[in-house]
Design a protein around this ligand. Structure first.
Ligand SMILES: [Zn+2]
Length: 254
């Protein structure tokens, strides 16, 4: 079984002591590709550096709502020209922790959505307790390819998102919040979703409480397979294909 972790943060400090070991073990355990996602300038640059040093690692560059106050458009535009950058993200709104003022979050989110639309970049969305504003702002700027990373909405919100042609990405939270995700997983069309760890966060059951690792996407895939009544192999194959298409990874792998 080969699978893709479409959203990890292996550039974060929590991997400083054993990053290379974590990466090589992930590949040994069946991971084909990892996309490391930035949340500000430093973490986007580190994700790019990792991608340059490893084949099959890619990067996303962007300013997370928590880091909205340090947003620098010139630097973002420069980062997006790097060949290892396959997406703009993660960007969005977070009204749960509100670590940046709401008006700054909104301004920075919209500035980045505009760039995503202009540059035709796949866009990774962070949405925490901000479904309505996030939805309306994406609609306004309308980038071509949008994924709700770590999808947290309810069944009706999932339907609204899918209706717009956007994608859904599932984390380990589907393994410990099963009831919330059941209907969404059951009904999400086969070609409209993929999987991610969001490592080091959101470690799936049975490793919940420990630091996350890319190869643990296997537990997310198992969970989806059970709900959809398919084999884990089939879910791995489908989510890999979906992610490769969404991020145009086949082009970069040539
Ligand atoms: Zn993340």
């Amino acid at each position: 079984m080969k699978f893709i972790d479409t959203h990890a943060h292996l550039q974060f400090d929590s991997y400083d002591k054993d990053r290379e070991e974590v990466i090589s073990r992930a590949f040994a355990k069946g991971i084909k590709t990892i996309i490391n996602v930035g949340i500000d300038e430093v973490t986007s640059r580190k994700a790019i550096e990792l991608a340059h040093n490893h084949s099959n690692l890619y990067a996303a560059a962007g300013w997370h709502p928590h880091d909205a106050e340090s947003y620098d458009e010139k630097i973002l535009l420069e980062l997006l020209t790097d060949k290892s950058v396959v997406a703009l993200g993660e960007i969005g709104l977070d009204y749960y922790r509100n670590l940046s003022p709401k008006d700054v979050q909104k301004k920075v989110f919209q500035a980045q959505l505009k760039i995503a639309a202009e540059k035709n970049m796949p866009t990774i969305i962070h949405d925490r307790n901000a479904h309505e504003d996030v939805f309306n702002m994406i609609k306004k700027y309308n980038p071509e390819r949008v994924v709700f990373h770590c999808f947290s909405g309810d069944y009706n919100f999932a339907r609204d998102v899918l209706e717009q042609g956007w994608f859904i990405s599932f984390t380990g939270s589907v393994t410990f919040d099963k009831g919330h995700y059941f209907g969404t997983i059951r009904d999400v069309p086969d070609d409209r979703y993929f999987v991610e760890t969001d490592a080091p966060f959101l470690t799936p059951y049975p490793y919940r409480g420990k630091r996350n690792r890319p190869e643990y996407v296997e537990y997310i895939i198992q969970n989806i397979a059970e709900i959809k009544g398919k084999s884990p192999n089939e879910i791995a194959r489908q989510t890999t294909e979906n992610a490769e298409n969404f991020f145009s990874l086949h082009k970069k792998l040539d």
